[in-house]
Ligand binder design. Structure first.
Ligand SMILES: [Zn+2]
Length: 268
């Protein structure tokens, strides 16, 4: 459930990034670097919680001249990333280094200025990360490539994951089967109301009907069916949708599944 919050937050950040103005390069000296938001990008326990080696994204003002990003260590020294990536937008991507503990990030810039953020980043344990990740499984259990995502100039409501017809599919997240039927476009498809998150997951174009029955309680990793090209599909693939809010055709709407499924793909 936390992983979902992470990616939702990352999507929100994209919009904020677009508005951020690049610092530096002008005739006036930049102000103190000021980090107003820290987001976890990889190996995330939550939106602002990661572990050592997590990639983090820093948003704020006057970050364009960032040279070092650091987090506190228990012994009073700093866990420093001396090669952070500074984007043209002024956003900074850094890595949580060994020994880092929860606290504000400190930015040191090329003007010799350094400043601690007003917000903190939480550094958790690998056990906590494993616990969060164990709740999810990437549904396509074989070699795969990514096709169209949400929108894609055709009102596409999900993401296409291409794999050989017959590749096993598993349940991405524990829940209850909400539908298991056939549709002219979606082909054989199944919808699972994921437990603990306000989300429905829809898997389409299955080779044949899923053995999972409507109303059934299913678990992460349970066999769900096989990749196919039933319905209106060009090539064997899983079309996967995530509906937020009240869910699939019950008042909710599709959200962008791409960062979420790619996150699952990264660890399972
Ligand atoms: Zn599709």
């Amino acid at each position: 459930m936390l992983a979902i919050a992470v990616t939702a937050s990352v999507i929100g950040a994209g919009a904020a990034t677009a508005q951020a103005s690049p610092g530096g390069g002008g005739t006036t000296a930049p102000g103190d670097p000021d980090v107003t938001s820290i987001q976890c990008l990889t190996n995330c326990i939550g939106p602002t919680t990661g572990v050592v080696k997590s990639k983090i994204r820093l948003l704020g003002t006057d970050l364009a001249n960032t040279e070092v990003v650091s987090l506190p260590r228990a012994d009073g020294t700093r866990a420093k990333d001396k090669r952070p990536q500074v984007k043209p937008s002024g956003v900074v991507i850094a890595i949580v280094r060994k020994g880092a503990i929860t606290g504000p990030v400190r930015i040191a810039d090329s003007f010799g200025q350094s400043k601690d953020s007003s917000v903190s980043f939480t550094v958790g344990t690998n056990a906590q990360l494993k616990e969060v990740q164990s709740q999810y499984r990437f549904p396509v259990r074989g070699p795969h490539t990514y096709g169209d995502g949400l929108g894609a100039d055709r009102g596409h409501q999900g993401i296409d994951i291409f794999a050989k017809c017959g590749t096993p599919l598993v349940v991405a997240k524990t829940g209850v089967v909400k539908a298991n039927t056939y549709h002219g476009r979606a082909g054989n498809y199944i919808v699972i109301d994921a437990a603990g998150v306000k989300q429905d997951h829809m898997y389409a174009h299955l080779v044949k009907r899923s053995p999972l029955k409507k109303g059934m309680q299913v678990s992460t990793g349970q066999a769900l069916g096989q990749v196919g090209d039933s319905g209106n599909a060009s090539g064997c693939h899983l079309h996967f949708e995530i509906w937020g809010g009240e869910g699939w055709y019950s008042g909710g709407k599709p959200i962008d599944p791409e960062p979420i499924v790619k996150y699952w793909d990264s660890f399972s």
